[in-house]
Design a protein around this ligand. Structure first.
Ligand SMILES: Cc1ncc(COP(=O)(O)O)c(C=O)c1O
Length: 400
């Protein structure tokens, strides 16, 4: 018998960084050090009887890669250990995770309450897709708890937030919103992308389900799409398990392998990015061309106290306003090292102009209501030397 990757210790008893290096490892008979990529669609059974038992569930084991695969399973186990969740399911992208977590709970006649401040594609799911199947949606200002209370109806099935929000970095009170949802018999789903599982634990604060775009900090190096849904065994079994098996947004084993290996170094990457971001936020706040800086752990952030209460760090995204769209474009075009793109959490620093890219499908009035002005820029701070990042920002600001 091969020795367990964590010896006689249960991975759950280990500290988070150790879990991310050893947790969830499935070793083959070869005893490989690095986790293997099991690039296989199917699995051979020893007998007809065994095949039958795998399908009835009498015998545990893999059947078909749309359902699960050893490499994907390692990624799920490692994420579950990090999040402190009973169960996890990987998906092909973050949007596949959001869609399954929301739509998997709903049927015609249900109602959903969501914060207005959501990533553009997430807004599409609650605002356009769900209503096509007879599910009504109410959008609220996520920071206003009275609006949440008033929006709840007897048929409200679920509530959905992201915090910090993309891109305006509003901080929403996870515990308070979970309490309102539960009092009304609804669940709370939290898109925890901006915080990462290292800086915020929504399940501990009362959320029923956490979703990630693993494309962001989990990969952390801009290579693969991926998503993850985490919750209790019951939440996953009742809402997500069958939905994923039958509709098929499965994560490729190769992408799962990239994510598994990336998790080993995620604490180091994220800690450095957060330290860089805090410095960049302070630097930007001192520049005369910058009208406003938003960073959750700066004292001038509107929800600073809540941020410090529910997060362990301010994140690696800094948002700031220049005078208008022309100034924002002049600035972006003058950058040398920082890239113009729309991902975040990457080792490379990335500048995004939300109103013309990630959030452009929301009409101007809606964007302004969400606080997304034409001069707003989102900076995902990477792993470059922070002095090089600041120098690049300074020379581009001089051209505004
Ligand atoms: C907050 C948030 N949720 C969900 C997604 C969707 O993730 P993906 O691009 O992996 O589908 C993104 C990113 O694009 C995001 O920023």
């Amino acid at each position: 018998m091969t020795r367990s990757p964590t010896g006689t210790k249960s991975p759950a008893d280990l500290r988070p960084a150790t879990r991310l290096v050893h947790g969830g490892t499935l070793r083959s008979q070869f005893g490989e050090m690095s986790e293997a990529i099991f690039l296989t669609q199917g699995f051979a059974y020893d007998s007809m009887e065994q095949a039958e038992k795998r399908f009835t569930g009498e015998e545990p084991g893999f059947q078909y890669a749309r359902f699960s695969n050893p490499t994907v399973s390692m990624f799920e186990q490692r994420m579950a250990l990090l999040e402190g969740a009973q169960a996890a399911r990987a998906t092909a992208s973050g949007m596949a995770a959001v869609t399954a977590a929301i739509m998997g709970q709903l049927k015609a006649g249900d109602h959903i309450v969501a914060a207005k401040a959501l990533f553009g594609s997430c807004r599409y799911i609650v605002e356009d897709l769900a209503p096509r199947f007879g599910v009504e949606c109410t959008l609220v200002d996520g920071t206003d708890l009275d609006q949440w209370r008033k929006a709840m109806r007897p048929n409200t099935k679920t509530t959905f937030i992201e915090t910090p929000t993309n891109p305006q970095l509003d901080i929403l009170d996870i515990k308070a919103i979970a309490d309102i949802a539960h009092a009304g018999g609804a669940t709370l789903v939290v898109d925890n992308v901006f915080a990462t599982p290292l800086l915020q634990s929504p399940l501990e604060l009362g959320a029923d389900c956490v979703v990630y775009s693993a494309t962001k900090h989990v990969d952390g190096q801009g290579r693969c799409l991926g998503g993850m849904i985490l919750g209790s065994e019951k939440f996953i079994k009742d809402n997500v398990h069958n939905y994923l098996r039958q509709t098929g947004p499965a994560l490729s084993p190769f992408n799962a392998w990239v994510m598994v290996k990336s998790l080993e170094v995620m604490p180091l990457r994220v800690a450095q990015q957060v330290a860089n971001a805090a410095q960049v936020a302070d630097f930007l706040a001192d520049q005369k061309q910058v009208q406003r800086v938003l960073y959750p752990f700066r004292k001038d952030h509107p929800q600073y106290e809540l941020a410090v209460r529910q997060m362990k760090g301010g994140g690696q995204v800094v948002v700031f306003d220049l005078a208008d769209k022309a100034a924002a474009f002049r600035f972006g075009n003058a950058l040398q090292i920082i890239k113009i793109s729309n991902n975040l959490g990457d080792a490379k620093s990335i500048l995004t102009h939300p109103s013309t890219t990630t959030h452009q499908r929301i009409p101007m009035a809606g964007r302004l209501e969400m606080g997304i002005g034409e001069g707003m820029l989102r900076l995902s701070v990477g792993l470059e030397d922070v002095e090089d990042i600041k120098e690049d920002l300074a020379q581009a600001l001089a051209k505004v």
